[in-house]
Write a protein that binds this ligand. Structure first.
Ligand code: PHB
Length: 391
């Protein structure tokens, strides 16, 4: 008798637990985070995943009464894999939001799925201007290369530089950077020679030889995050550090993830970008400290801040929609503004790009480590390509 009652209680408890579990699972709001976690761009995946997890750790995993469930997938940096993973996450896991996207081709691949399924796609890394035009469900918390680059051209011109060679990775963001720099710099009377290096397994040596022969005042470089160290090594091997050619560009080449390992050759490089780990604000000090603490001392770079702000955008959007996704969530994200570790930001309601300060920075040694030290600010910069189209 006693035994039967006990069994009865246990099974009732088990059923309640199972039902409770199902109810919870139905309530959970899933975010599919698709990133290159392996392969040549794994540093981007590592930075963004760490930042997303830090945001959730600091802000809890319940928003608008719903439990947030993060599903991280490794696309290995291959666009076909990104697309397949996005499809599976939408169809099988019924995700409310997809996020991440480490490179331009990886952000573009799932765009048609975002449109069809009405699933917001939060681009935390990729930075070719056109990306947000690929789907009305795309919103971006990284940056665009023209946004970071036009201020570089203006700075170079003001400094009296006359002749610049550009060297860019030969795909979307590199071509954007090349065009933005060339257009803005030549309009101020400068001359530019353009060189492009393959994205995959780049050998910079033959291009650097051409740069040495051209003897420009400055070399403007764009390589995607993570590749800068390899570039710098060949820059030194070719003796360009001793040739008196200034190194300039958008900040990807001296990104915080690898800068400190580059050594003195990086000292003096002038770059323009939206984020430096040494940005002087209380929000950034707290972010850098918490990020390092949670990740064995790893310094956050601009990819991390794209991930952190992307999560903030998702959380704040969901609060506004009371947990609803789809069109309502995208609409709620438009126009949101907040203070990021990078400074004040907002989502442009017309373009769904991020509007942000661009800082001019110089690599300096500070407390024994190399940093991109900000020394000038261009406030509230929009993507200039779309701004020009709108006029
Ligand atoms: C891109 O592929 O859009 C991309 C990747 C890394 C960067 C910038 C842009 O640092």
């Amino acid at each position: 008798m006693l035994r039967r009652t006990f069994v009865g209680i246990v099974s009732a408890a088990a059923v309640t637990a199972a039902l409770g579990g199902t109810a919870l699972a139905q309530e959970a709001l899933k975010i599919g985070l698709i990133l290159p976690m392996t392969g040549p761009f794994a540093s981007t995946g590592r930075q963004i995943e760490a930042a997303v997890k830090l945001y959730m750790q600091q802000n809890g995993d319940t928003v608008a009464g719903k439990k947030i469930q993060l599903i991280v997938k490794d696309d290995t940096g291959v666009a076909d894999v990104t697309k397949r993973l996005a499809q599976e996450l939408i169809v099988n896991d019924k995700i409310a939001v997809m996020a991440g996207f480490g490179l331009t081709p990886l952000a573009l691949a799932p765009a048609p799925l975002a449109t069809q399924a009405k699933v917001p796609e939060v681009v935390m890394a990729a930075a070719t201007s056109t990306i947000t035009e690929a789907s009305p469900f795309i919103v971006r918390t990284s940056f665009t290369l023209p946004q970071a680059t036009v201020p570089m051209a203006e700075w170079a011109s003001k400094e009296g530089l006359k002749k610049v060679v550009t060297l860019v990775s030969d795909y979307g963001p590199g071509i954007d950077a090349e065009k933005a720099f060339t257009g803005a710099f030549t309009s101020k009377g400068g001359t530019v020679e353009n060189l492009r290096v393959p994205l995959a397994n780049p050998d910079f040596s033959p291009f650097l030889q051409k740069v040495a022969d051209a003897k420009p005042d400055a070399l403007f470089v764009f390589v995607p995050s993570g590749v800068g160290a390899q570039f710098m090594k060949q820059f030194v091997e070719r003796g360009l550090d001793k040739a008196g050619i200034k190194l300039i560009g958008p900040g990807d080449v001296t990104d915080d993830d690898i800068l400190n390992g580059m050594g003195d050759v990086a000292l003096g490089a002038i770059t323009t970008q939206h984020y430096s780990a040494s940005h002087d604000s209380p929000e950034n000090k707290a972010f850098v400290e918490a990020f390092k603490k949670a990740n064995g001392g790893m310094r956050p770079n601009f990819m991390a801040v794209g991930g952190y702000d992307g999560m903030h955008l998702i959380y704040e959007g969901l609060k506004k929609t009371n947990g609803a996704g789809g069109q309502a969530l995208i609409d709620a994200m438009k126009g949101l503004s907040w203070t990021s570790p990078r400074g004040p930001v907002s989502i442009d309601p017309q373009t769904r790009d991020i509007v942000q300060n661009i800082y001019v920075r110089k690599v300096e040694r500070k407390d024994g480590e190399l940093y991109n030290v900000e020394f000038a600010t261009i406030p509230n910069v929009k993507d200039p390509v779309k701004a020009a189209k709108a006029n």
